[in-house]
Ligand binder design. Structure first.
Ligand SMILES: [Zn+2]
Length: 446
């Protein structure tokens, strides 16, 4: 009897899955993700997970769910090109102390938080996220589409070498990598071309859609000055080759010009941060049609962003942060002057709830860019960046970052027009009335 019943359920769900689900959103002003103005008073028809029509006076299909947009503004779902969904606690806790299952559940919660802020796609630039990506894609838990990188690829004493001072080198510990780092997928600490290739391929095997390589000093790591250049030309080229052989690309963590230029010449396609790069480097980004993903909001954050729970930044950390923040204005000015490809990425992590800092990036960028330019960066421009994942792109049914026929039904409805006032996006609890991802509604206050 039990078997019989479950067979019926299975057939029923199969029939339901095959049935066309339609949603017609009427009476909205649409920004399509690329053009410089709104398409006023139109309707958007969604069939299953894709946009089927956009236009005036669309016929109302029989059986479709109707939503009256009330003259509000509909835009593509936002994306964040630099997140670490699994980094919701201190390094010590996540890597050594917390049970991996607890960390996974917090990772899922961070994914849900990003979605509820309006981010329907993120590029995860390091940390264990493959399981949560799968769970989100299967609909087990709410979250944005995820382009995962897997474990950081770092040299010894690089930005991904988070061993404590007394932790032995792999050379002194029988060749064993730090268990949690390597096994859980936080970081591969590798040196020399063969090890870089192995780490790159290990990430690709797990489903990385791009690789994240540490090419210079970082703020949160203890053993690498900001000015340090990490990985040799040959090592960087090896990572680029391994990525290219899978039809994808390498993104690097870098602040300074020397490491940035070395990376670009090795074939790296995306520089993340880059706050201290000079004009020569910006020109090289332009020449190579590469990308820059800097963080403006860092200059507008309290100390508790850098050290959760604290209102003071310790001196050692402050020494690293200060020069980086001093470079922010210059890099944005140069990026704008040369009109290079700029992605929207926040690197907002540290605790659950810190996802909201990603929204500060919208208002902080307003010092250099118009609301239209910033919104493009966070939608259609980021989509161009994500498309560098080539044949590894996991989301190929439709486009992302735009509102057009055939695109994924990833869309937001705001109370007011964010093209006129970017702060609208920064307060979703008040202004964001509808969130749809993949044709599914996650918030509806209309
Ligand atoms: Zn990062």
């Amino acid at each position: 009897m039990k078997t019989h019943f479950s067979t019926v359920l299975f057939l029923l769900s199969f029939l339901l899955a095959g049935a066309q689900s339609q949603i017609l959103i009427k009476n909205v002003d649409v920004w399509d993700g690329t053009s410089n103005k709104l398409n006023k008073n139109v309707s958007v028809l969604i069939e299953n997970n894709l946009i089927a029509a956009v236009g005036k006076n669309l016929a109302e299909p029989k059986g479709a769910k109707l939503i009256d947009g009330g003259g509000k503004t509909l835009i593509p779902g936002l994306s964040d090109a630099h997140v670490h969904l699994s980094a919701t606690m201190s390094d010590k806790e996540t890597r050594n102390e917390a049970h991996w299952m607890y960390t996974s559940i917090r990772t899922a919660k961070a994914a849900e938080n990003f979605l509820m802020l309006g981010f329907t796609t993120v590029r995860d630039l390091g940390g264990p996220v493959f399981g949560v990506k799968r769970a989100v894609d299967e609909g087990l838990t709410p979250g944005p589409r995820i382009y995962p990188s897997g474990a950081y690829i770092s040299q010894t004493s690089g930005h991904g070498d988070f061993r404590s001072a007394n932790e032995p080198s792999v050379l002194l510990s029988g060749g064993q990598m730090h268990t949690s780092d390597a096994a859980l997928g936080w970081s591969f600490v590798v040196d020399g071309v063969p090890e870089v290739l192995k780490a790159a391929r290990e990430n690709l095997r797990k489903g990385a859609t791009q690789l994240k390589v540490m090419a210079g000093g970082g703020i949160s790591s203890d053993f690498d000055p900001i000015h340090s250049v990490q990985f040799t030309v040959e090592e960087l080229e090896a990572a680029v080759q391994a990525a290219a052989d899978w039809d994808t690309y390498v993104a690097v963590h870098i602040y300074e010009s020397k490491g940035a230029i070395r990376s670009l010449n090795a074939g790296v396609k995306c520089l993340d941060h880059g706050h201290l790069i000079n004009e020569e480097t910006i020109k090289l980004i332009k020449e190579k049609d590469a990308w820059l993903v800097p963080q403006a909001f860092w200059n507008d954050t309290p100390a508790s962003f850098w050290v959760p729970g604290s209102d003071k930044i310790p001196d050692a950390l402050s020494k690293k942060i200060k020069p980086v923040l001093e470079g922010t204005d210059n890099v944005f000015k140069l990026a704008k002057k040369y009109n290079i490809n700029v992605g929207f990425g926040s690197d907002a992590y540290g605790d659950l709830g810190y996802e909201a800092y990603a929204l500060t990036e919208f208002t902080s960028r307003a010092k250099w860019y118009s609301p239209l330019e910033i919104l493009k960066q966070a939608t259609s421009e980021n989509a161009r960046l994500f498309s560098l994942s080539g044949k590894l792109n996991p989301y190929t049914e439709g486009k992302i970052g735009v509102i057009e026929v055939g695109a994924y039904a990833d869309l937001l409805i705001y109370d007011a027009n964010p093209l006129e006032d970017i702060t609208i996006v920064a307060h979703p609890e008040k202004n964001l009335k509808l969130i749809m991802k993949d044709g599914k509604i996650y918030k509806n206050e209309l």
